[in-house]
Design a protein. Structure first.
Length: 513
């Protein structure tokens, strides 16, 4: 509990915790903070050995991600994570190291990453490394490729995977910047409505009068999380008529808005922008296509401002995806290994991204055909030369399958097909483990820096390392983070508190008079 819930060691000495234990489980002997620290150290050593054995016996390759953190005391930390699929076709993510480094410079990061790879004995079992887009990380990747070239697939040609979440964040932040004035005015209107129970009730009345049937409720965003801003804008747009009615019925409304009431143009521009900002598909390549499709649609719009906005965002998009030579082929191999899409979709989508240069598209497609080369190099000893049609050809020649995106589990599909595509199914364990982002799902939409919390910042670096390690291993199962659901729960909680406060005030007033 101390490790998983990130509680200080002294938590076991808090009066509330001790009272809870005395009532819930009086036989429990509460340990001291020192005993807790010693026990965590034992768990850390035990889990380290267990993970070492797991990695040693693993048949598939590991994909790595690395990221840098900073404590409130300005100490630098580096986190190295391994992603792999076990023999039961289950995807795992394990923290290998979380250590204090002198700086975020490439030389320091390179030294630590290389030493950890050797420490865990995975230098011959690497597929890719996904890193944040920074020059320091380019130094790290270049050095690792040089030193591990003979151990990497295709000599490390596709070893470097750039963080897709970071790139999409930059594009989206740029888009939000283009409509920042509209967002500020909409945020002000939402803040006014949520500033008191009286105003909330008045707004609810306006919603009813406007005959808006939506069960959603307006919520303020978290400025450093752009999907929270998206949720705020999306829900607010549903209540556009209610906001306009409240403006008429509440004289204080517009006076309270120092940045002004949202104009009709604000509503329209925001509505169009939302189609591009929020991407929900779990495949990075499809996210890219979704953003591009919206940008292309904007450039054909009748509104000159929308066309200008689309052109500006397209320039930002092209900085990262305009040159297909920067695209890691593994991203498309993952799409090809999805039975819903296969190579036909890859080829089709490439023509959408690069419609003006078919020759280059064909050249790139020829590169993507190196999947056969990747396939052979991965398992060249397992493929019989006498086979007229390889498993790969048989799989790719079969038409894509129609499946429900919400329920489809690609790992389970390949697990079920392991007898039909024995070698290819094993290959997918190496490729499907490759992450396109260095950040956890709950951090994907965050624009703030990685920070070590106040409690951990006051501990010795070695203790911080043990805590982060152990927490990552104990939290082996992935916990889905639903910000929209969290915001809804918070709103209900706030409403309940406000109701209780009103009742309490009424009781006090009745007693006084």
């Amino acid at each position: 509990m101390i490790v998983i819930d990130e509680q200080p060691f002294s938590y076991v000495e808090h009066d509330g915790f001790r009272y809870f234990c005395s009532v819930a489980f009086p036989q429990f002997c509460i340990p001291s903070r020192f005993t807790v620290a010693r026990n965590i150290s034992k768990v850390f050593l035990c889990e380290t050995e267990q993970l070492r054995n797991t990695l040693k016996s693993l048949n598939s390759r590991n994909a790595l991600t690395t990221d840098c953190w900073t404590s409130v005391q300005n100490l630098s930390y580096m986190c190295l994570i391994a992603h792999f699929i076990d023999d039961m076709c289950k995807l795992h993510k394990r923290i290998l190291n979380f250590c204090n480094i002198d700086s975020h410079k490439g030389k320091e990061i390179r030294k630590e990453v290389e030493s950890f790879i050797l420490y865990w004995g995975i230098e011959e079992k690497l597929s890719c490394i996904t890193v944040y887009n920074a020059s320091a990380n380019d130094v790290v990747v270049a050095h690792l490729k040089d030193n591990l070239m003979d151990k990497l697939v295709l000599g490390g040609e596709f070893f470097h995977m750039r963080c897709g979440a970071h790139i999409l964040n930059l594009i989206v932040k740029y888009g939000l910047e283009l409509i920042k004035d509209a967002i500020v005015r909409i945020r002000g209107a939402v803040r006014h409505v949520r500033s008191s129970t009286k105003r909330s009730k008045l707004f609810d009345a306006c919603v009813s009068k406007s005959k808006i049937l939506s069960k959603a409720s307006v919520s303020l965003d978290v400025p450093t999380r752009w999907n929270a801003t998206y949720i705020m804008l999306e829900t607010t747009l549903k209540f556009e008529r209610a906001f306009k009615r409240m403006r008429q019925e509440d004289p204080a409304f517009e006076k309270d808005l120092k940045d002004g009431f949202p104009s009709q143009k604000d509503w329209e521009t925001t509505k169009r922008m939302l189609g591009t900002l929020y991407v929900t598909d779990n495949m990075h390549y499809l996210e890219i296509l979704g953003v591009l499709a919206s940008l292309l649609e904007w450039t054909q719009d009748d509104d000159v401002n929308i066309v200008l906005m689309g052109d500006q965002m397209r320039k930002k998009f092209d900085m990262y995806y305009g040159d297909f030579g920067k695209t890691n082929v593994m991203v498309l191999v993952v799409v090809a290994l999805d039975p819903k899409y296969k190579m036909s979709f890859v080829k089709f989508s490439l023509r959408k991204i690069y419609p003006l240069d078919f020759k280059k598209v064909e050249e790139l497609y020829a590169q993507y055909n190196q999947m056969r080369k990747i396939y052979d190099e991965f398992y060249e000893n397992d493929v019989e030369d006498a086979m007229e049609n390889s498993e790969l050809e048989e799989y790719l020649n079969a038409p894509p399958k129609k499946m429900n995106n919400e329920t489809f589990n690609i790992l389970k599909w390949w697990s079920d097909k392991c007898t039909t595509y024995k070698v290819l199914a094993s290959m997918t364990n190496d490729i499907l483990a490759i992450p396109v982002s260095t950040v956890a799902s709950e951090s994907t939409f965050s624009t703030s820096a990685r920070m070590v919390d106040d409690f951990r910042s006051n501990l010795l670096p070695k203790t911080v390392e043990a805590l982060i390690f152990t927490q990552g291993w104990l939290r082996a199962s992935h916990v889905c983070f639903d910000l929209e659901k969290l915001l809804e729960d918070m709103e209900k909680f706030e409403e309940e508190i406000n109701r209780n406060m009103e009742i309490h005030v009424e009781e006090i007033n009745s007693c006084c008079f």
